[in-house]
Design a protein around this ligand. Structure first.
Ligand SMILES: [Zn+2]
Ligand SMILES: [Zn+2]
Length: 123
């Protein structure tokens, strides 16, 4: 499961690096930001990595600064409509679906409260 958000070329969403049909077959999790490809056993580690090791992202819809990766995906889909996301990021239906699948997979597999506690604990 690769957890990407954007390319480095402006706000255009990156093409994702899924192995097959939207959900990666490989075990483990992979950071998909800007070709980073750091791999982790747990989604929690992946999200902590994305939040602490990558530059923050400015939401193209509302200008809020959010952590790259999962938190940026969550912000986009919790705070904005799909139509707003598509318009602001020049995204297509596949990009929306892929991110929705990532978001659901993370939320099914990760203890997000533990992630937040780790992030708070590390400053
Ligand atoms: Zn990374
Ligand atoms: Zn926003």
């Amino acid at each position: 499961m690769s957890v990407p958000f954007y390319t480095d070329e402006g706000a255009r969403p990156r093409r994702l690096m899924f192995v097959a049909g939207g959900i990666a077959c490989m075990p483990g999790w992979e950071c998909g930001i800007d070709g980073c490809e750091s791999a982790f056993d747990d989604p929690e580690d992946t999200i902590v990595h994305q939040t602490t090791e990558h530059e923050r992202h400015e939401c193209a819809v509302c200008g809020t600064i959010v952590p790259e990766g999962y938190f940026a995906i969550r912000h986009a889909f919790d705070e904005h409509t799909r139509a707003e996301f598509v318009r602001a990021y020049d995204a297509d239906a596949d990009a929306v679906r892929e991110r929705e699948e990532i978001k659901a997979a993370v939320e099914d597999n990760a203890d997000l409260r533990a992630v937040v506690e780790r992030l708070n604990g590390s400053g």
